[in-house]
Design a protein around this ligand. Structure first.
Ligand code: EPS
Length: 397
């Protein structure tokens, strides 16, 4: 099992990511992780914080001479902003301080954020004790873990890309033909979209929202290519890969929905316009020498990969910190108030696509080691090759 845990507050000293269950012998360099961290920091509509941070990983364990050891991989990513928050976020009590060391308290809780429910549930006075962890800064550590998972998948020809398909009411058109390397194209766009015309409109929309003190949501599409048939399982609810992937997507801050292939549209169509016809396809061993004529299912049937591209669309709501604040209550005075205003982003949908890639990589890498086992990369490869050789024989003539 590949498991991971993250720790760290947005303005604390650092973020930590621990990944367990990777095989030994996987080539892994800091630059593999740093590349993904840099991609997450991009995107038109981000606030000033992203100019402060330059996320870089330090391996603390689990890697030696550029290869994994099979032991837990601990990664540290320092917050450069920490130097501005040392007093406020100091783990030690600050004696003699009139505010009990708690400057910049947040009590005018923001609608849509974890603030209010968090202070009630965890019995805190200051919503900063909640928002520091609820902050999307945490996703940096997920992207680090995802970069390691991507490395394993890449050894087997699995590639994961994403692009933005909707922002704040504006749809992007899909290109006639998807680029073979989606990220090579999407990463060139300030919004990570493949539609330059829509991009210009979206940028104007972001500028208008910023002017208005407002925020915007959107939708990204993740595409995974090169998966073998048969990851996941139909036999039990918690082994179905679509459920596991959807859960991972919905765990990303501000994400409100995930759909596979045609998704919600399938409910509106008749069966013959939903299901993908199957045909023989010699020389396609990875999919059992068959192919779907269409891919409306988005690469999953019965909770298992079909070997067709996995297509997940992920919807994110607008960020809940508004510069023109909504009405709320002050939890300190129990009076009506305007919500607190913290520095924030107008939109972070382009970054969400990169985070969704990371979460998909972690779920898929886990499904991979479940299917092919292996304490070492070489062992996984033997099991993978034997399986592919076997399914390739099933429908060959
Ligand atoms: C965030 C608020 C902003 C974002 C932050 C998420 O940070 P700050 O409060 O320091 O200005 O920039 O995102 C990141 C720091 C990041 O790395 O993505 C929030 O409240 O969720």
């Amino acid at each position: 099992m590949i498991k991971f845990i993250t720790a760290g507050e947005s303005h604390g000293p650092a973020l930590v990511s621990v990944v367990e269950g990777l095989p030994a012998g996987l080539p892994l360099l800091a630059e593999h992780v740093d590349k993904e961290l840099a991609r997450r920091q991009q995107g038109y509509g981000r606030g000033r914080r992203m100019q402060i941070e330059q996320d870089r990983v330090e391996f603390l364990s689990g890697v030696r001479a550029g290869e994994t050891l099979g032991s837990p991989i601990a990664m540290l990513i320092r917050n450069r902003d920490w130097k501005n928050w040392e007093e406020i976020m100091d783990p030690a009590p600050r004696a003699g301080d009139a505010t009990d060391g708690r400057k910049r308290q947040v009590t005018r809780v923001r609608p849509g954020h974890a603030d209010l429910t968090g202070v009630l549930k965890y019995d805190r006075e200051d919503a900063r004790d909640i928002l520091e962890r609820a902050s999307a800064r945490e996703t940096t550590a997920r992207v680090a873990a995802g970069a390691v998972a991507k490395r394993l998948l890449a050894e087997f020809g699995v590639t994961i890309g994403s692009h933005l398909v909707h922002l704040g009411g504006i749809e992007a058109d899909r290109p006639q033909e998807m680029p073979s390397d989606i990220n090579a194209v999407a990463d060139q766009s300030p919004l990570r979209t493949l539609d330059p015309k829509a991009e210009a409109q979206m940028i104007a929309r972001i500028d208008a929202a910023k002017e208005d003190g407002n925020t915007l949501g959107g939708i990204c599409e993740v595409v995974v290519d090169g998966l073998p048939v048969g990851l996941g399982s139909h036999v039990s609810w918690d082994r179905k890969l679509d459920g596991r992937l959807a859960g991972a997507m919905l765990s990303i801050p501000a994400v409100k929905g995930a759909e596979f292939g045609l998704g919600f549209e399938t409910a509106r169509r008749v069966g013959s316009e939903v299901h993908d016809e199957i045909e023989l396809a010699p020389n396609r061993p990875r999919t059992g020498n068959v192919r779907r004529k269409t891919n409306r299912a988005g690469g999953l049937e019965g909770g298992m990969t079909t070997g067709e591209p996995l297509v997940i669309r992920v919807a994110m709501k607008p960020i809940s910190t508004l510069m023109r604040p909504l009405g709320t209550v002050d939890t300190k005075t129990a009076t009506p108030a305007e919500a607190s205003v913290e520095r924030s982003d107008v939109t972070a949908v382009p970054a969400m696509g990169v985070i969704a890639e990371a979460m998909a990589a972690l779920v898929l890498a886990n499904a991979f080691v479940e299917k092919f086992g292996g304490d070492s990369l070489a062992e996984i490869r033997r099991n993978y090759d034997a399986y592919i050789a076997h399914i390739a024989r099933r429908l060959s003539h």
